[in-house]
Design a protein around this ligand. Sequence first.
Ligand code: AMP
Length: 277
Amino acid sequence: MLTICRDLAALRATTTKWRAKNLKVGLVPTMGALHAGHLSLIEGLRPHVDHIIVSIFVNPTQFAAHEDLDHYPRTEAADCEKVETFGADLAFIPTIGDMYPNGFATNLDVQGAACGLEADQRPHFFHGVATIVTKLFMQTQADVAIFGEKDYQQLLVIRQLVRDLNIPITILSGAIIRESDGLAMSSRNVYLSPEQRQIAGRLNLILSDLANSLAPAHQAETEARQALLDAGFSRVDYATIRDADTLATPSPTTTARRALIAARLGDVRLLDNMRAN
Ligand code: AMP
């Protein structure tokens, strides 16, 4: 039976009981509009904990003024049903007032993995993510949290945050869940027109070519960029091979590499990434 908590007091009332019994608590932070990608994180977390909290909060501080905060899909009733079906114990759906009380004036400034790529397009983004995720860690006092590789840079930023601030939580990651044509599932895919949806399926193929290319990185990146434009993408924010641990440009000593793409179809921005040669 799913418990729904809409404020911090209700959340704490439940987690305090769990902690008193020495039970392990896991957290899946989300912005709702849940799909199979989110649900796979619940499954990935389950073997590691006794109780699972799924948080649903569309965090305003990670949206810029021109972004889609007001239109972001909100499907709370359906989300709660899915979360319950997948065996989570608690849905934490806080209000804006609980997350950002009047006079809120603290923001985490993250650097390192948070520099470049997404931050070049969305300079506010990782400060907002780091702040809200830290709040969720403190509020839930979870022992373990899980994040998707879909947002690869975000995953590295959160690992860095936890390491730098000595937050006592273990971070797990979940593989990217895709549609049958390879498009990474995303709450924002509902914005795609049927024609854009066709084009969107090409992203993963182009990413795969980039990741497996035997050409020098700069040449493979140029080819990927051109292939995206030829496929009908209106703009390419990046198509790049990076050090998988730091997101720096790979050096001869780099052992693991990651191919990452962000490209736009009209107003819809699509992200994808995979392990590279
Ligand atoms: P969001 O609701 O978009 O903030 O995402 C919440 C969590 O779900 C993040 O850790 C995402 O990386 C993860 N996620 C989103 N889409 C996918 C996907 N297709 N596969 C796996 N994880 C995902």
